[in-house]
Ligand binder design. Sequence first.
Ligand SMILES: [Zn+2]
Length: 317
Amino acid sequence: MALVSRRETILGAAAVAALGLSGRVVLAQAASDTKMGHFSYKIGDIDIIGVHDGYWQMPLSPGFIGNAELEDVNAALEAGGHPRDIVPINFAETVVKTGGRTILVDAGTGGQLAPTAGNMRQNLEAAGIAPSSIDTILISHFHPDHIFGLMGKEGNAQAFPDAEIMVPETELAFWTDPATRSNTPEDRRGLLDRIQATLGSWENVTPFAAGAELAPGLVAKAAFGHTPGHTAFVVSSGSDKLVIAGDIANVPALFVANPGWHAAFDMDKEMAEAARRALFDEVVADGALIAGSHFGFPHDGTLSKDDEGYRFEPMAG
Ligand SMILES: [Zn+2]
């Protein structure tokens, strides 16, 4: 096995203060661009660790954004410093240490979606977090890139058998509803079957209601639309606040800059847009930090209003 060399950058006190953070911010990146590593900071007394699972360079197709012209999408990619015709989708997860618990928010791809993703466990280890030390896993929604890391590729063996897996009750109800199954074409029922055999059956799965406090300083916040039960998590301590926003938006250059653009990934596009605008407005008004699963890496940073849309500024890049 090859050793991965990492470079670490420690943000200076001025930069940390400018971001509204406290404590020591360490950014670590692996030499290989498929293993970009981890970073950490504090929200008040609560430790936050970001880990990278990998990325997927999705070819841009005309139907990906149903209400935007392809040329406008390419122009937005270029304005964000990305090449044309490729949607750069990163996968990142967040660990929250609060109340003596080690909580993983979303479980990554499990190496089952793209050859360039599946590094979450190694990057947890690199951040000093043994996967076996994770006692709680919160799931934002049941798309494959957020849940496949819970289950083995063959046979669905639990990857975190000793953890309590907490899921939005609305999301669980939708994906395990016989009506959802009958409304889904037979050749597209694979994900439903897999969810039924895992999150729908495992004894260590606990549904939670929107608005519930799931751990000290960590509250579930309904952000329905991307999926029927898509949920954000709000972490608060002292005057600091972080919104772990899941898939409220995908690539920032596209969907943070243009919150009205409707990605193919959003199941209810109007509801997803309304949730996106409402959450973004709240983050800006509160001066909170935001973390998006697909916001690049680091996937945490600040949000501000910008023309018709918003601007995401990552902690470092
Ligand atoms: Zn996702």
